[in-house]
Write a protein that binds this ligand. Structure first.
Ligand code: B3K
Ligand code: ZN
Length: 848
């Protein structure tokens, strides 16, 4: 294990030297790329310290000079130092790097023969020596020399000739936003006219071949994002050209490099034959997210990496708003909360819990988490709820005016809201500094026409934070009378104390409360409520989120009862579900979500919170039994309803069509339990789009009659990496608890298992860790297999290995035998000679 250096927020000091201008020249060669840098440094007048340090990890220094005179810098850990003059000067250096052997996919690397970069967070230091910190911002000019057909960098093209191309980015930026791409590429081209009438060239680059046919949707999503940001946030694009490049080997979804976004192929390429509705929706959101970063992240960047949520939380909030406007607000909100609970709550309630603004880290790449992104977005949503749309708009305008061109802090962000609205947000800031998910318990009483709600908030301790102070919790709520009419429309209560009550007068009868509408705060609401009250809200609530939530809570209670007492599914639930499904006033997408059972991981956490050790197999059995009961109960309704969900128009990835397909497939999975896969086979045979094809395949695998379809699927899509990823994932996701590990192991020996490709590795092992009954199989062989592969991946790609260790993050929930086995697996990883500091940090935090 490499020595761990912990970085603290409290230790921040401004840079000694600022950069006025950067010139880079790349002479490309797979194993020996030469990088020349010419950098104009000026003393930072905000400090008096003039020590000179440049980050650098990997580049071999060939020569260095200051103002033209050769110098010999001293190589130190993580970079170099050098004696420099006490005034502005020009630094020149030449280094050599080897993109072809860079398997970590950070810095400059090759993927399928093309050059590309990933610099966030600290990858630029793998390219050359530089002050690789986000508060050093500079304009870049980049010359690329090579025999590649296409050679791109940030900004506008400012020259090209035989064997070279030059790009100039006039906007000062931190090095993490640097990008370079070169290779045999082709573009889909388009144009966009901005609100002030400027024309912007748009190019979406792929490798020549089948990928070329998958760029239309991405381009449309880009234009929609540009329009939306102008209309909603008044933000205009600021260069002559905006480019996106699709790359097969990429550690994450995409990267917002200035003017030159780099995307994982999975996050940009789409076609009806190869992509599901969910893929289309995700692509639209990621394109928007990266585009929106141009203002929230690039024009205004982060002072240091402790401020990461400043750009990520805000940009996620913006992409969520965008998706809600493009599609169905209610359905998008439910999906966002499902993801928040599935990923962020899981993190916040385990050993990896950390605040939205962490106060220390070892490896910043380990902090691109659901907490920074999704909880960060929830915090901004709460601000929005508290101040209202108008004040939010005023605050954002002030934010852009005040901080454009700066590297800002979360403190600056909150101050903008204070200044724009006159509110004191001191207490609100606890959402940034305190980790953990608050539990919000509520009881009520009704007397003489007065209805009182008593709330109590409590946050369990998280690593390093024993005691929590009360937070500001916006509780959006409404009241319904016993007939189901709304007697109090949505009102926001502002809770600030540990315990607080709110009274509503003048009511004729005891109302039914609808609390935390739209999921107005990222908390766990605890309220003893009867099945009939939940069924009542499922039927009558005017807030679509809470309507869904009522159904989900009902299903959760049923499942928990089945696991703990072996009870049979409650008739009230089955009845309420049937009524809801039949209600054709309801969006099919909403009905599809309401039909979906709470996830097995969610049930495990709920049991654990209630002091019960979850047994993954028992949870799986209960889920199966419930699904079987639902299937039988709905057998008369399902065929007619399925027929209504048929889409006769040609495939379009719209919310309306996608909703119908989702409900149709939800029903098909029930039917499969009764007909052994007959209907699924028929659908598989006639499906002309990936959504239906993959849905049908999942049903066939569930019914254990999918062998033939699987073989056909592979033959049909052989060579299409993104579809073959699905082929891997489906088999593991749909394997029975007894078989999942064996299936995964067998697949890991398949000729197509290119484990160095992050998408492929995640497809297989992500699916395994998300099949809880399979992964946690009592023999422990799931843990062994997974640990073996993490150990194998770590030296090749530490970022992905570290990230994937989160498959183990819930380990403390389980019984002593499973805990001992997982601890053993984690200790084995940590004890591996040469384990990366990325993975070591994650495992050490999990072991606690
Ligand atoms: N900012 C990048 C993520 C970089 C991750 C570095 N390990 C993508 C995004 O959030 O838009
Ligand atoms: Zn982002």
């Amino acid at each position: 294990m490499t020595e761990q250096t912990r970085i603290f927020l409290a230790d921040y000091t401004p840079p000694n030297w600022l950069v006025e201008q950067v010139h880079l020249t790349f002479a490309l060669s797979p194993a020996a790329t030469r990088v020349k840098s010419r950098i104009r440094f000026a003393p930072n007048t905000a400090t008096s310290d003039r020590d000179f340090f440049l980050h650098g990890e990997g580049p071999a220094l060939i020569s260095a000079a200051i103002d033209g005179a050769p110098v010999t810098p001293e190589m130190v850990r993580g970079g170099l130092t050098c004696a420099v003059p006490d005034r502005a000067f020009t630094w020149e250096a030449e280094v050599e790097i080897s993109p072809a052997t860079n398997t970590a996919l950070e810095g400059l690397y090759t993927s399928n023969g093309m050059y590309c970069t990933q610099c966030e967070a600290e990858g630029f230091r793998k390219i050359t020596f530089y002050p690789d910190r986000p508060d050093v911002m500079a304009p870049f000019t980049v010359r690329i020399e090579g025999d590649e057909k296409v050679m791109l960098s940030n900004g506008n093209p400012t020259g090209a000739g035989e064997g070279w191309a030059e790009w100039t980015d006039p906007w000062p930026k931190p090095a993490y936003l640097f990008a370079l791409v070169a290779g045999d590429l082709v573009a889909r081209e388009d144009r966009f006219t901005t609100m002030s009438g400027k024309t912007v060239d748009l190019k979406l680059w792929t490798r020549p071949g089948p990928d070329e046919g998958k760029t239309e949707f991405g381009m449309e999503a880009l234009k929609a994002s540009m329009t939306w940001d102008e209309e909603v946030y008044k933000r205009e694009y600021d260069l002559d050209i905006f480019q996106i490049v699709a790359v097969s080997d990429f550690n994450m979804g995409a990267m917002e490099n200035k003017g030159l976004n780099i995307f994982n192929t999975s996050a940009v390429l789409a076609s009806p034959e190869t992509s599901t509705d969910a893929n289309f929706e995700r692509i639209e959101a990621i394109i928007a997210h990266e585009y929106f970063h141009n203002w929230t992240g690039n024009r205004i960047t982060c002072r240091d990496w402790f401020q990461l949520s400043l750009k990520e939380g805000l940009t996620v909030f913006r992409d969520q708003q965008f998706s809600g406007d493009m599609r169905s607000k209610a359905v998008c909100r439910i999906n966002d909360v499902l993801s928040l609970r599935g990923r962020q709550f899981r993190e916040d309630n385990g050993p990896l819990a950390h605040p939205v603004q962490p106060d220390s880290f070892v490896e910043i790449n380990n902090f691109y988490t659901a907490t920074i992104y999704e909880k960060g977005a929830e915090v901004i949503r709460m601000l929005h709820t508290l101040v209202g749309q108008e004040d939010y708009d005023r605050a954002l305008e002030l934010y852009f005016d005040r901080h454009d061109g700066e590297a800002a802090t979360i403190q600056d962000w909150v101050r903008v809201f204070e200044d724009a609205t006159g509110r004191d947000l001191t207490q609100f800031k606890r959402w940034y500094s305190q980790a953990g998910t608050p539990r919000l318990s509520v009881t009520d009483e009704f007397r003489d026409g007065s209805y009182t709600l008593h709330f109590k908030q409590e946050t369990p301790p998280t690593p390093g934070q024993e005691v929590k102070d009360p937070r500001v919790i916006p509780i959006a709520m409404g009241l319904l009378n016993p007939n189901g009419d709304e007697v109090l429309p949505t009102t926001v209560l502002e809770m600030t104390e540990a315990e607080q009550s709110f009274t509503f007068d003048g009511l004729a009868a005891k109302p039914v409360p609808s609390l935390l509408r739209g999921f107005s705060a990222p908390v766990i609401l605890k309220r003893d409520s009867s099945a009939s009250e939940r069924a009542f809200l499922l039927a009558h609530d005017t807030d679509p989120f809470n309507k869904w939530e009522a159904g989900r809570a009902l299903a959760k209670d049923v499942l928990v009862g089945m696991v703990t007492h072996g009870s049979t599914p409650d008739a009230a639930y089955l009845q309420a579900l049937t009524t809801m499904l039949r209600d054709d006033q309801l969006d099919p997408a909403f009905r599809a979500l309401a039909l979906r059972q709470p996830g097995q991981d969610d049930i495990a956490q709920t049991l654990f919170d209630a002091g019960i050790t979850p047994d993954p197999l028992a949870i799986w059995r209960a889920s199966e039994t419930l699904a079987q009961e639902v299937a039988e109960h709905l057998q008369d309704v399902a065929p007619r309803l399925s027929a209504e969900m048929d889409v006769t128009a040609p495939f379009a990835p719209t919310a309306a069509q996608a909703g119908k397909r989702a409900l149709g497939l939800g029903l098909l999975s029930l039917t499969t339990r009764l007909d052994g896969g007959h209907a699924a086979q028929a659908l598989y045979d006639r499906a002309d789009n990936m959504t239906l094809k993959l849905g049908a395949l999942g049903c066939l695998l569930d019914a254990e009659v999918g062998e033939e379809a699987l073989a056909r699927f592979h033959a049909e899509f052989d060579g299409d990496a993104l579809v073959i990823d699905k082929w891997f994932a489906m088999q593991v996701a749909h394997a029975s608890p007894q078989n999942a590990v064996d299936v995964a192991e067998k697949l890991s020996a398949h000729k197509d298992f290119n484990w160095k490709n992050p998408n492929r590795f995640r497809a297989l092992f992500g699916a395994l860790t998300m099949n809880p009954a399979g992964f946690h199989t009592v023999s422990g062989k799931g843990y062994e297999l997974f640990a073996d592969w993490l150990i194998r991946l770590d030296p090749v790609n530490p970022q992905i290995a570290a990230r994937m260790t989160t498959g183990f993050e819930t380990w403390r929930r389980y019984d002593a035998d499973r805990r001992a086995m997982i601890r053993g697996a984690l200790e084995r990883i940590l004890g591996t000679k040469g384990i990366s500091s990325d993975t070591a940090e994650m495992v050490a935090r999990m072991l606690g």
